[in-house]
Write a protein of this length. Structure first.
Length: 194
């Protein structure tokens, strides 16, 4: 019932604009209008007006050479404003600096968002030649050591909800299913942490 009441206050134009922005990602960094329209569920004329508005406001940028659209700098600004507003990023910064100083290794801080981790802070070790992960990077949780560590805080039920199949979402064809192995990794890490 509460959802029905909340839905009557939604602004359809804003909803459509956010749908369009969320269509971009790792698989779709640049798209023509036709490709973008195919990914979103809205009339073509509406999608065109929304794209024009987002471009005008700086949330989308058009490449005149290829006639494609990509996320604009304003999206990055929102992302960094969000990260800056997180108390955990501010509180964690001195902790990862101490970790870096003691270990002489680069250190990162991330939060879990569903299947992914989002890096919200980082510090580099002096002279580090290792490829750094940038603040704001989103990666599958099961593919990173930090993500696996964050997965240890999930209950068995939540883990099964996140990964209901034997194979993880981005497993390459022919690779052994590793979702259950990831669950076993989490259990082992929990035991070590205790």
């Amino acid at each position: 019932m509460a959802d029905d009441q909340a839905c009557k206050y939604l602004i359809p134009g804003l909803d459509r604009g956010l749908q369009l922005l969320l269509a971009f990602g790792e698989q779709h960094k640049e798209m023509t209008f036709a490709e973008l329209h195919r990914l979103v569920d809205m009339p073509k004329a509406t999608a065109y007006r929304v794209v024009q508005t987002l471009e005008h406001l700086g949330f989308l940028e058009r490449n005149p050479r290829t006639n494609t659209f990509a996320l604009g700098i304003k999206v990055l600004r929102l992302g960094f404003e969000y990260i800056a507003s997180l108390d955990v990023a501010q509180a964690g910064q001195p902790v990862i600096e101490q970790l870096r100083d003691r270990s002489q290794c680069s250190s990162h801080l991330a939060i879990r968002d569903g299947h992914d981790v989002i890096y919200i802070a980082r510090v580099s070790a002096a002279g580090s030649q290792i490829n750094q992960v940038s603040v704001g990077t989103r990666l599958p949780a099961h593919r990173t050591s930090l993500g696996r560590m964050l997965l240890t805080s999930t209950s068995r039920e939540e883990f099964e909800r996140l990964y209901p199949h034997d194979a993880l979402p981005d497993a390459a064809p022919g690779h052994r299913p590793i979702a259950k192995r990831c669950g076993r990794w989490c259990n082992r890490i929990r035991l070590v942490a205790m």
